[in-house]
Design a binder for this molecule. Structure first.
Ligand SMILES: NC(=O)c1ccc[n+]([C@@H]2O[C@H](COP(=O)([O-])OP(=O)(O)OC[C@H]3O[C@@H](n4cnc5c(N)ncnc54)[C@H](OP(=O)(O)O)[C@@H]3O)[C@@H](O)[C@H]2O)c1
Length: 270
């Protein structure tokens, strides 16, 4: 698998997305400076949301960076209780950008599947506010409902995804429809990084457990979005392209699955 930091994964829209991103939830220590540094280190996908509080600083960093805007993939989200079209406008404006590369429905609403939200995002895309649109925390049934109602599938489903909590069924479903999975909380918010299996496999490659997890995502075709305030973490998480996990290592890492969630009691989408 010949992946590099600048590799891109094709989207069903015909566009392409970087294979690794930077998460910015709670990236509150000098957000703009950290994002500028991440861009300097080679990160090209930055994930934020209208409700993270980091969106204005992410926009500042994108505008301040020496990396051309067209090389940067800016992802943001609208909330399930908002008017999606209006929120898409607000988000792009708040970031001080002309267009988002991807806007997601942050989570399905409490009732229904969010058809109105999806229609609002499709309108925002058609008006040029977003190059692509997708969902987050959606189950396969909820994605089916959006497609049935509008004839349009999301290009991405952003979901919680780590070796301890993932879904082979979701992976198969998304692969069959060319929907790319973005992995949030891939490092389990640091809670499961002392796992002996990850440590053993990491030692064999001279890599850390976090690097093993990120590489496992990459080799599944899943785009991880690790968040890192600390510079050494930013550097470590980008250094996942010079080694390859074997088929048996991939299987062993995937076998750690216990539907674990570092956010709540269970995975939101499964
Ligand atoms: N769509 C959604 O509903 C949703 C939900 C949650 C998250 N997200 C997105 O996904 C991103 C990532 O998820 P997350 O922030 O929840 O969790 P995460 O990326 O799994 O974990 C972040 C934590 O891991 C630490 N860390 C980073 N690199 C490390 C390394 N190499 N070794 C050990 N620890 C390391 C960070 O420390 P330092 O910061 O101190 O470096 C931070 O405490 C978010 O920032 C957000 O953009 C989306």
């Amino acid at each position: 698998m010949n992946l590099a930091m600048q590799s891109r994964i094709p989207l069903r829209s015909g566009r392409a997305m970087p294979v690794l991103g930077l998460g910015t939830w709670q990236l509150t220590k000098d957000t703009a400076g950290t994002v500028v540094e991440a861009l300097r280190l080679g990160y090209r996908l930055i994930d934020t949301s209208g409700d993270y509080g980091t969106q204005p600083a992410v926009g500042d960093a994108i505008r301040a960076s020496e990396v051309p805007r067209e090389e940067i993939f800016f992802v943001t989200k609208v909330e399930e209780d908002e008017d999606a079209h209006a929120a898409a406008h607000r988000n792009v404006e708040e970031a001080g950008l002309e267009v988002a590369d991807l806007i997601l429905i942050h989570r399905p609403p409490r009732r229904g599947d969010g058809i109105d939200l999806w229609e609002g995002l499709l309108q925002a895309r058609d008006e040029g506010l977003a190059r692509d649109v997708g969902v987050s925390n959606y189950s396969t049934e909820q994605i089916d409902a959006l497609a049935d109602a509008t004839g349009e599938l999301p290009v991405v489903n952003q979901i919680e995804w780590s070796p301890f909590g993932w879904s082979p069924e979701m992976l198969d479903y998304c692969r069959a429809r060319r929907i790319v999975i973005q992995a949030y909380s891939p490092l389990t918010r640091s809670r499961r990084m002392r796992d002996p299996v990850l440590e053993r496999i990491g030692a064999a490659h001279r890599k850390t457990p976090a690097q093993v997890v990120l590489r496992w995502c990459l080799q599944l075709g899943v785009v991880p979005l690790p968040k890192a305030n600390r510079h050494e973490h930013l550097v470590e998480n980008a250094d996942v392209f010079g080694f390859e996990l074997s088929a048996s290592e991939l299987e062993e890492i995937g076998g750690l699955n216990e539907h674990y969630s570092s956010l709540g009691s269970s995975l939101a989408y499964a």
